[in-house]
Design a protein around this ligand. Structure first.
Ligand SMILES: CCCCCCCC/C=C\CCCCCCCC(=O)N[C@@H](COP(=O)(O)O)[C@H](O)/C=C/CCCCCCCCCCCCC
Length: 213
């Protein structure tokens, strides 16, 4: 069997660039492809991150199942998915209980993680050469995802972040050339990630889906 292709930041950039349509809809196929690329990168960082990649992978897989399933036309975009799952009662923003496998709930977890990613990449791009990815990652996590995680996950995540390589090695692992090249590609990728995050946030807020249990 062929070895999985190496991570490239350009692929992730391409996926997130292809997410938003002219009508400002977020397409699920490239969205999940972007996540697949990120998970691949996480694998390359070692087994200490596997509890994180397993969770992200399970969520992406669940969504891929919907995108290829019987109701795939309902899962072409986030907007179509929200409309369908609300109309069919798969999710109900007024009830505390809800289906743990709904698309809206699953995307909400990825969406919150996208905010972490945005902060982390912004930090990596703008911090000085002596900065440590572990510190930037911890700060970005505390400012975003941590609020949604119980103590034990926060603790495990913070310990794992300490294993991140130094900035130079981290940027080179993105496979776009030198650390300077990687910083330039991050600068290109960030507006697309920000846009996808902003549209999703607005959509979920409009339908009161930001607190789905
Ligand atoms: C552009 C390349 C450079 C950056 C590369 C970053 C690669 C990151 C890849 C994946 C990010 C992980 C996404 C994690 C999704 C977590 C979703 C979540 O919040 N799940 C929790 C709640 O789910 P339910 O129980 O409600 O179903 C779940 O409890 C979480 C469990 C695992 C721990 C999650 C810790 C998240 C830390 C995020 C930082 C990742 C650190 C990567 C270091 C570069």
């Amino acid at each position: 069997m062929a070895a999985p292709a190496a991570f490239s930041l350009r692929e992730v950039l391409g996926a997130f660039r292809g997410c938003v349509t002219e009508r400002r809809e977020v397409l699920l196929e490239p969205y999940l492809r972007g996540w697949r690329g990120l998970i691949r990168f996480l694998h390359s960082l070692g087994a200490v991150f596997s509890f994180i990649s397993r969770d992200a992978e399970a969520k992406v897989q669940l969504m891929e199942g919907y995108c290829r399933g019987e109701r795939r036309e309902r899962y072409v975009s986030l907007q179509a998915m929200v409309q369908y799952e609300l109309a069919s009662g798969v999710v109900d923003p007024h009830k505390r209980s809800g289906r743990a496998d709904s698309g809206c709930r699953t995307v909400l977890r990825l969406h919150r993680a996208l905010r972490w990613l945005q902060l982390f990449l912004e930090g990596l791009r703008t911090a000085g050469e002596d900065s440590r990815p572990s510190a930037i990652c911890t700060d970005s996590y505390n400012a975003s995802l941590a609020a949604f995680h119980p103590w034990v996950i926060r603790k495990a995540a913070t310990v794992a972040f300490c294993a991140l390589p130094p900035r130079g090695a981290f940027l080179e692992a993105m496979n776009v050339g030198s650390a300077e090249d990687a910083v330039a590609v991050l600068g290109e990728a960030l507006p697309y990630i920000r846009d996808v995050y902003g549209i999703t946030q607005e959509l979920f807020a409009e339908h009161r889906l930001l607190d789905l249990p």
